[in-house]
Design a protein around this ligand. Structure first.
Ligand code: ZN
Length: 479
């Protein structure tokens, strides 16, 4: 995400208190274990009710019909999953919308709605630990965005053009389809969406064709790189498409809403060069497709939706395109373990724009760093880059974050830092990782104890001492 206009916000202590109430039920030790209900939360320390326990999704196959005039969405979701405990019931997340029917393994299943967004499904027969199962959910309604007082508007949103799109962090998917809405459960995502003929659609992954139906035209999109649910998207508008290819054949599809400025299209035309550059820093591009979705809406953020970032109407510049595509390595392919780890996404994507500026625009990073440190107000140092509190995740990561990584490159040594930057994504490809894991990996590669550095810059607040502020050649000139 990049949210340059977001202001500092306060921590919602009540959300933190909730984090103590949820655990993940574990299977018993007797055989497959007595079937018990799956947990209604994914166990995140900030958003404990997002996601669920007891199963692992491998694929979502979603068929949707959407009517821009009435805002009505009708969906048929097929969830392919494997039980990780023997389940008497399990939950999916769905905010609003009406569930019409549920089948599990081909048989009608009972369901109830509880809490803010829980669908509790009781299959006719228990699901056995280790075995795959399939749930099919029919639903309909008018999707509504989540208005978070701290994090803004997330999820399904309508555009002034009459179209719509889905985007948001930490969650979005739950506003338009039934899902295990935690970044810890990644799955492939196959979408067939039918809209009236005059509307266009762009989604994640590769184009898999379109065909005429009674209700309009069905557009099929296939994302075969496992996606965290909030990285999935769809956007409906009267798009102009631009198609390119990377040298290795990876398809690039970019979609521009009517009114997109030429300079934005010119910036996106450099995407092959941007991906080549990022690959030279972060290792092989980890996603099966690329591109971008350029809204005309002046929304408050751009987001690194998988393979195809979605851009605010006011953000179509090279720096933002570099930032969101850097996330394909740092944030998408390697997702957070918990939301408290979000610096692993934002600090790195922000630092990618420093590296781009250095290599492509001749920026002197030492000067940039020292100028920033010299001019930083107290508020710059006031927050941590780890476990910053729910609602406060994005306050310091864009400013203090890249500054910290530049200092780390000098404290570790440039060669070790470059190696970590380039090998970490492959180490956790399609997975999740924590800040502590990153620290330990950086220590292993550099053969240095980095605890003091991480305490000063990442786990703590306040201006670091000179040892950590001016490592290596970052010492300012005397006098
Ligand atoms: Zn970002």
């Amino acid at each position: 995400m990049r949210a340059p206009h977001r202001s500092a916000v306060t921590v919602a202590a009540t959300l933190t208190a909730l984090s103590l109430t949820t655990g993940i039920a574990s299977a018993g030790q007797d055989g497959w274990g007595r079937p018990t209900p799956g947990s209604d939360g994914g166990g995140d320390s900030y958003y404990p009710q997002d996601g669920n326990g007891g199963y692992d999704v491998s694929d979502y196959n979603l068929k949707v019909t959407y009517a821009p005039d009435s805002h009505q969405l009708t969906g048929l979701q097929t969830v392919s999953a494997r039980a990780t405990q023997s389940l008497s019931s399990f939950n999916l997340d769905l905010k609003g919308l009406t569930v019409d029917s549920v089948k599990v393994n081909g048989l009608p299943a009972k369901f109830t709605r509880t809490g803010d967004h829980e669908v509790v499904i009781t299959p006719r027969y228990p699901l056995i630990r280790g075995l795959p199962f399939r749930a099919v959910i029919a639903y309909h309604g008018v999707p509504e965005a989540i208005n978070d007082p701290l994090l803004g508007k997330n999820g399904w949103q309508f555009t002034r053009s009459g179209g719509a799109f889905a985007a948001g962090e930490p969650k979005s998917a739950t506003t338009w389809y039934p899902v295990n809405d935690t970044p810890r459960d990644k799955a492939t995502f196959h979408l067939a969406i039918t809209v009236p003929d005059e509307w266009g659609v762009i989604g994640n992954g590769r184009e898999a064709g379109s065909y005429k139906t009674e209700a309009g035209t069905t557009h099929v999109w296939s994302e075969d790189t496992p996606a965290a649910p909030y990285m999935t998207t769809v956007a409906i508008d009267k798009w102009t498409f631009d198609r390119q290819q990377r040298a290795d054949g990876t398809p690039i599809v970019s979609a521009f809403a009517p009114g997109t400025p030429d300079k934005t299209k010119q910036a996106e035309a450099r995407l092959p060069e941007i991906l080549d550059f990022l690959e030279s820093k972060f290792g092989k591009y980890p996603v099966d497709a690329a591109g971008g979705i350029f809204l005309a809406e002046p929304i408050g953020f751009s987001l690194e939706t998988l393979s195809r970032p979605i851009y605010s109407g006011r953000a179509g510049n090279i720096s933002t395109i570099v930032h969101e595509n850097a996330h394909q390595w740092y944030g998408d392919s390697v997702a957070v373990d918990h939301w408290r780890d979000v610096c692993l996404n934002e600090c790195f994507a922000s630092y990618a724009t420093w590296l781009w500026a250095q290599e492509k625009e001749g920026q002197d990073l030492k000067k940039l760093y020292l100028d920033r440190v010299a001019s930083a107000p107290d508020s710059f140092w006031a927050g941590k880059l780890y476990d910053m509190g729910p609602g406060n995740e994005f306050t310091y990561v864009y400013s203090k974050g890249p500054t910290a990584l530049h200092a780390l490159s000098k404290y570790m040594g440039q060669a070790a830092f470059d190696r970590v930057l380039k090998t970490w994504p492959a180490l956790h490809r399609d997975g999740n990782a924590s800040m502590q894991e990153f620290q330990h990996y950086a220590e292993a590669v550099s053969h240095k104890d980095l605890q003091g550095f991480f305490d000063a810059w990442i786990y703590g607040s306040g201006k670091p001492s000179a040892e950590y502020l001016y490592p290596g050649d970052l010492k300012p000139a005397a006098g």
